[in-house]
Design a protein. Structure first.
Lengths: 261, 191
């Protein structure tokens, strides 16, 4: 087995890019689940994927196009008053159709679409690492401020609005953060890998954590653990990263069966 | 001299169309005011005007400048969705609402480290009501606070409402007229 690949400088940039998302996405997923909008991760991931393909067809940098189309999803969500997962289901279907159809029109778009499905983390470069780090910095600043307000909006709906707080802007800001994170992660590690991080690890944390802070830590730890294992297995076994990672994350779902305190 | 916290004047409010009103009442500091009426008459809609969730079609609901409000919604934790499983400790919920733990009743203080989704229905309701009452607000909006409360919980709530600090007030919706009779200074008929 080519264990020396693990220490090859060629894979350092991809490793750190994926590691950033492995920490950040599970925490975002935790808040999505709390808001009963967990399907948003897959909706924005598909829109991001479609944006990447459209970008490669139109000459716009794919990363920028992915962010733009996912941003369109946020705007659509802002126009729909009722919360829920219905709109995200439409985003998944529309994004998937646009991604697959768009891939038929050029070799480059087809390659990109295949990468989004396979989740070829190892092809990521410095641009994606820097973008991931910039996103993580925004996340680190915004989430401590958003957290309390998002939780209060869930448990005491109307309370902050009754006190003149801009609750709609808060939801919009959170959705922008989610859409950007998912679009960037989809371009780096694949659509399903991004979704798995945002769905499964919070799902396990919701069952096992004794409190919210513990849930934040647990979901991020599970994300990192699954990422490290998948990175090694995919590299050493010459497997596409996305499916290997998703298989590991799905295995983590068994932790929900552990006895609860 | 009394301070008027809220003045409702000729209010007609609802969603696609009006469901309640015209309605006139006021709440002054130190008062507990009850909203009573049959199910579906629009009592909760009056509170939702104050939380910005219902539309005012005519009239007004005017608040004192700088008024701080604490709102206990009728349906708290039990939204029926996936998030009825939620890893939040009682102490974390209280912190969200800036509630000092020194003021908690003993039966809630004993639950500080329990996850809220593992509380009984009555314990959850007591928590949600106390999170609003313990919030440092001038005006408490309590929507059906006695739902799921046992006799002791109701008595505790009644005692607390009867001994609100001067300067604070409460607007209470309840279908339990006996409870309201115990705690309110005035009742407003809706519908």
């Amino acid at each position: 087995m080519p264990w020396d690949l693990l220490f090859d400088p060629l894979f350092r940039l991809p490793f750190f890019t994926g590691l950033v998302f492995a920490v950040v996405l599970p925490v975002l997923g935790l808040y999505l689940r709390m808001r009963e909008e967990w399907l948003a991760a897959l909706g924005f991931a598909h829109l991001g994927g479609a944006g990447g393909v459209i970008g490669s067809l139109t000459g716009i940098p794919p990363l920028l196009a992915a962010l733009g189309v996912a941003g369109g999803g946020v705007a659509a969500r802002g126009l729909v008053r009722r919360a829920g997962n219905d709109l995200y289901a439409i985003m998944i279907l529309g994004g998937w159709a646009a991604m697959i159809l768009g891939a038929q029109f050029s070799h480059h778009a087809r390659t990109l679409a295949q990468t989004l499905v396979d989740g070829q983390l190892y092809f990521t470069g410095l641009e994606q690492l820097l973008t991931a780090l910039a996103f993580a910095a925004v996340f680190a600043v915004a989430m401590p401020w958003l957290s309390r307000r998002l939780l209060r909006a869930r448990l005491f709906p109307g309370h902050d609005r009754a006190n003149g707080q801009p609750v709609a802007a808060l939801g919009l800001g959170f959705n922008i953060l989610v859409a950007a994170g998912v679009a960037l992660a989809s371009m780096a590690m694949g659509v399903m890998a991004a979704f798995a991080l945002m769905f499964v690890t919070p799902w396990v944390a919701f069952a096992l954590a004794p409190g919210w802070r513990a849930a934040v830590v647990l979901s991020a730890l599970l994300g990192v653990l699954a990422y490290l294992v998948a990175f090694v297995i995919a590299l050493v076994g010459d497997l596409p990263f996305g499916p290997a990672f998703v298989a590991i994350v799905v295995g983590l779902a068994l932790l929900r069966l552990l006895p609860r305190r | 001299m009394t301070t008027r916290l809220l003045t409702v004047d000729g209010l007609r409010a609802g969603y696609e169309g009006p469901v309640v009103g015209p309605l006139d009442f006021f709440v002054e500091a130190g008062e507990v005011v009850g909203l009573v009426g049959p199910n579906g008459c629009g009592k909760s809609t009056v509170m939702r005007v104050l939380t910005g969730e219902a539309t005012v079609f005519s009239g007004s609901a005017t608040r004192r400048d700088g008024l701080r409000v604490a709102y206990q919604p009728q349906y708290g934790l039990n939204t029926g969705g996936t998030a009825s499983e939620i890893p939040l400790r009682v102490r974390e919920v209280l912190r969200l609402m800036e509630v000092s733990q020194d003021t908690l009743p003993a039966r809630l203080a004993a639950l500080l480290d329990v996850r809220v989704d593992r509380l009984s229905g009555g314990q959850q309701q007591l928590l949600m009501v106390w999170a609003a009452i313990g919030h440092p607000a001038d005006l408490l909006l309590l929507d059906e606070p006695t739902n799921n409360l046992d006799t002791d919980g109701e008595a505790l709530l009644a005692d607390t409402l009867r001994s609100l600090a001067p300067g604070r007030a409460a607007l209470v919706i309840s279908h339990e007229r006996d409870f309201l009779t115990q705690v309110v200074d005035r009742m407003v008929e809706v519908g």
